[in-house]
Each structure stands twice: as structure tokens, then as C-alpha cells.
Design a protein around this ligand. Sequence first.
Ligand SMILES: Nc1ncnc2c1ncn2[C@@H]1O[C@H](COP(=O)(O)OP(=O)(O)OP(=O)(O)O)[C@@H](O)[C@H]1O
Length: 307
Amino acid sequence: MTSIDIQQLTKEYGTRRAVDRLTFRVGPGRVTGFLGPNGAGKSTTLRLVLGLARPSSGTALIGGRPYAAHPRPLHVAGALLDPRAAHGARTARDHLLALAVSNGIAVRRVDEVLELAGVATVADRRIRTFSLGMRQRLGIAAALLGDPDVVVLDEPSNGLDPEGIAWIRELVRDLARAGRTVLVSSHLMNETAAFADHLVVLGRGRLLADTPMREFLDAHSTRRVRVRTADPDRLHAALARAGHTVARSGDGHCTVDGADAAEVGAVAAAAGVPVLELRDERASLEEAYLALTADETEFAATPLQEA
Ligand SMILES: Nc1ncnc2c1ncn2[C@@H]1O[C@H](COP(=O)(O)OP(=O)(O)OP(=O)(O)O)[C@@H](O)[C@H]1O
């Protein structure tokens, strides 16, 4: 199967390094979420992968070669980069037909992808009348036109309503299940956690994390409850009997690891212990991600994990 291999990839615009010595691999059969705050270098990396910009140094290969060196590139990789790129005066169908014809793709595939992307009913409307969400769907139809092994989507949820977002989630999961290599950029951690198996995080052009989603979740979404009562001894004993690990602090607070407020509240109520304060302390995934990207220097002290 086809993977994307990025080695020491660097792109400079004048004195500014948009992408800074990036090395990672995007493997088949899984969805890789590509995260980073605005300006982190995600779009530039994707443009380099797709041969739309030239690296200052390093390489970005798809299936072992630069994208442009593939004789039938749309069969190898399809991408949604900028949904505004489609010509507004054309109809959706004509836009896809032009792409199919110029890439030696069977014309019947146009109707298949229009259907697949949920834009078949508006296929004969001019693209300039499309909402951003419809343009996104059309861009996805174009990405899938060549039935490619590799699918690259830059912020595909932009402009989509909740139903559209759920559709994207299902689509990328299905593509990965079919063995494809799927790379999806976003700046939202929670959204990415809903569909990605693997996570690559950029900050200021540098690789901050390259980790299975599961490991990131396990490391960053630990549950913990903080509770305060007038009778810490009884609460502590009741929680210990219920199998919880309790840490006590001097000020009458306890913290209970691996539990949520509802569980601890139920134990306290059953034991007849009055609770003065009860609070979930789980750091949200979004917070973990923000902490990761907020201070690159601090994170650099943590060993990076390769895929
Ligand atoms: N053609 C260009 N000329 C000059 N600077 C550029 C160019 N393209 C990107 N940059 C700069 O490179 C940096 C990375 O931009 P890029 O668009 O790749 O980030 P991003 O992670 O995709 O951000 P966003 O989420 O905002 O799209 C930014 O500082 C941007 O201003």
C-alpha cells in the first residue's frame, strides 16, 4: 500500500521557515489527524506533499516518489486543499468531467463521486452558487475521482453543518478501513479525536507529536475528582471500600483518580457523608493539545515518538 514519507522537509519563504525539518510517515489503513494552530505549517506541508510547492530542502514522497513523478497522479493521491479553487462559472458536473477527461478517468466515475459526496442533486448548478459546505463536498468528490490510494483533506469540516461533519467522519473512517492512507488536517483536537487513529501535531513548522491517538487519549484524558467534605475520614473509608484510590491533602480535600464526580457523589451519598465540594478535574483533550502547542520549547524537552 502507498504511504506518505516526509524526510527533513523544510520550506522557507524569505527569512521565514514555514516548515522546519519535518520527518514523519503517514501509513495506510488508518486516518492520520494533522493538527496545529493557525500558521503552524499544515497547508504548506500538504502543498509540498502534493507537488504544489517546492521544498527548500528535504523530501516529501508518495509511494516512494514525488507526487508529480507519478504517471497517473489522481489514481495515487486525491486532495481537497482549497475549495474555492473550482471555477465558479462551471457546473459541479462539468468541473468533475474536465478533471476526469484530463486525467484519463472513466466519465461514469463522475456520477459515482457526485453521489458519494452528497452533491448529485446540485450537479448541474454553477459552482458560484454553492455554499462553502457544498464546495467542500465537491472538493471531496474531486479528491476521490481517481479512486486514489492516498486521500489528503485540508480542513474538510470547514463550512459543514453537524450532519456534514458526521458524514466526513464516516467517510474518512471508511476510506481507512478500505486500506487507504488518509491524512486530514484540522486545528480542532476534539473533532480530530472523533475520527483519527493517529496524530501528527505541528507547531511553528516543527513536529511536536507523532503518536497513536489512543496513546494521546490515554496520556491526556485521565479522570480525576476533587472532593471536600466535613468528614474526610468517613469519606475516605467509603471510597476505599468502593475500590477507589484516594489521595488526601491537608485542607480537607481528597482527589480520587480514575473516577468521575457522579461516581464519587454516589459513594458519598450511600455512606451518608455530606459533600461540600465535588468537581471533575479531567483536563480536556483540547486543553492538552493547547498546552502542547502553546509552548514549543517546553514540549521539546519531552522525547518525540516516531510512528
Ligand atoms: N506563499 C507564501 N508566502 C509567504 N509565506 C507563506 C506562504 N504560504 C504560507 N506562508 C507562511 O507560512 C506559515 C505557515 O502557513 P500554513 O498556511 O502552512 O499554516 P497552517 O498550519 O496551514 O495554518 P492555517 O490553519 O491558518 O491554514 C505562515 O506563517 C504563513 O504566513
